[in-house]
Write a protein that binds this ligand. Structure first.
Ligand code: IMP
Length: 179
């Protein structure tokens, strides 16, 4: 992919290469394989954004596991709307299970707070979070991000599954906005 990418009215520059992401995923998956051994975890992939990260990460998970998908939405353009809608829900019994939620990015954390609340009512044994990116300056919530590839400044990014108004998901590298 080129160093500069123009999507609609905004310009983005290459920020985190796929090689750097894969390096982090190798370390993260090794840790997860140790922590999750014998727990038969259920991975819940949050669509749409997490599909590429989840695919790369889960190919390196070697413990027995199940994989499910939910679709949540709270974002419009480059700012969080703060209103979370669960679009495609979870239709599995998760009581007593170890759950690992896979996200593309945790920004304010509001999307996950609402989803974690829904999960807790279903009485899982434990819920862990794996995210490719975290914006600590924007993070307003208290839950721990157990497995993380990169902390980044509070700037808008696209690529590797992340979009700007639907565009930009189809890149193996991550780009950041040029203001
Ligand atoms: P939160 O509720 O503020 O944590 O937002 C989480 C969701 O917003 C993520 O799953 C993404 O879909 C989206 N999001 C947050 N920051 C960005 C960004 O920089 N680029 C693209 N999408 C983002």
């Amino acid at each position: 992919m080129p160093d500069t990418w123009i999507l609609k009215d905004k310009s983005f520059k290459k920020y985190i290469t796929n090689e750097a992401i894969q390096e982090k995923i190798i370390a993260l998956s090794a840790q997860m394989n140790t922590d999750l051994e014998g727990k038969k975890p259920l991975f819940i992939v949050v669509l749409n954004g997490a599909f590429i990260f989840a695919s790369d990460l889960l190919k390196r998970i070697t413990v027995d596991c199940e994989i499910a998908f939910v679709k949540l939405s709270s974002y419009h353009g480059t700012h969080s709307s703060g209103v979370v809608q669960q679009i495609i829900g979870l239709d599995l019994d998760i009581k007593g299970r170890t759950i690992v939620v896979i996200e593309d990015i945790v920004d304010t954390g509001l999307t996950l707070v609402s989803f974690l609340e829904t999960l807790r009512k279903m009485e899982p044994a434990e819920v862990k979070i794996a995210s490719c990116l975290l914006k600590p300056e924007a993070f307003k919530s208290k839950f721990p991000v157990d497995y993380l590839c990169f902390s980044i400044p509070n700037e808008f990014v696209v690529g590797y599954g992340l979009d700007y108004d639907g565009l930009g998901r189809n890149s193996s590298d991550i780009y950041k906005i040029v203001e």
